[in-house]
Design a protein around this ligand. Sequence first.
Ligand code: AQP
Length: 342
Amino acid sequence: MNQTSFTPRVFSGIKPSGGLTLGNYLGAIKRFVGMQGQMETIYCVVDMHAITVWQDPKELANMTREVAAGYLAAGLDPSQSILFNQSQVAAHAELAWIFNCVARVGWMNRMTQFKDKAGSNAEKVSLGLYAYPALMAADILIYQATHVPVGEDQKQHVELTRDIAAKFNHDFKTDFFPLTEPVIEGPAMRIMNLRDGTKKMSKSGESDMERINMTDDADKIAKKFKKAKTDPEPLPETVEGLKDRPEARNLVEIYAALNDMTPEAVIAEYPGAGWGTFKPALADLAVAKLAPISEEMARFMADPAEIDRILGEGAEKARAIANPILRDTYDIVGLLRSDATR
Ligand code: AQP
């Protein structure tokens, strides 16, 4: 198989490690939905990634449903895309073990997300958090996915996925795995924390005021944008004037991404505007775009059995693609399978 003969296929996922944020929506879900219909699309709630840090077992299933509800409410159509949760397709974990034996410790040591998350506590975090990128590579390559839409923060992990595929192909003298392309484009690739424009907006960030949650009501959204940190200067006359102004740039980029426009077009609409004008306009826009989605999410969450059914059906479709790829991988590696001749 050469690199051009893989079926174009998209895979991406979101961890149920807390409520969905505006960063997850603009950097991931909105783009995932936009790719639907263009090629085969497989989207996952990556619950096994969530447990790399402690998750309350009483909450995890419901958080998994909430991420699924976010996908569905934003327009993901289970008849067009495969939607499932990772732990229902065992092939992800099985391929991850093989990739643990392909990836090198030195590669893992360079992963900046591990350094950020482990901080000074690196000796005490789970081994799973360290090995996370090998599981992420398995999530992608168990479908021989050719494209992965992600936010800027995940770019390094997709590059590692390519390194793992290339080393596997080289070591076993094959072209079995594609060199997957990260798809990182648009104005919302890194939505920043509202209280500190140098840090990413995260589900698990310390303060609720630093993020917009997909389930926040209009009052909360208005309050959070009103209190969002900015510098004292008004908006510039041209987009170049956002240089070295991380908080101002972030608010302009959020506006642009929500309204499907470029940051240049936002500045052209609000040249020299003060925060007293721009922040309420941004809050109104965010409410107009997010309220219908959060209402839909609540409707899905009111029927958990239906979400479970959709995820179960998706898992069955996912297994139908993943299991033959896993069997072929085992054959390439030389692992004995008693059913190999069947
Ligand atoms: N702030 C962001 N800006 C743009 N994209 C973002 N993504 C996450 N935050 C932003 C994108 O969302 C997808 C799913 O990410 P994830 O939930 O699997 O992991 P994460 O990137 O670690 O997300 P969080 O919100 O920061 O979770 P916690 O706090 O639990 O670690 C990815 O495509 C990501 O790029």
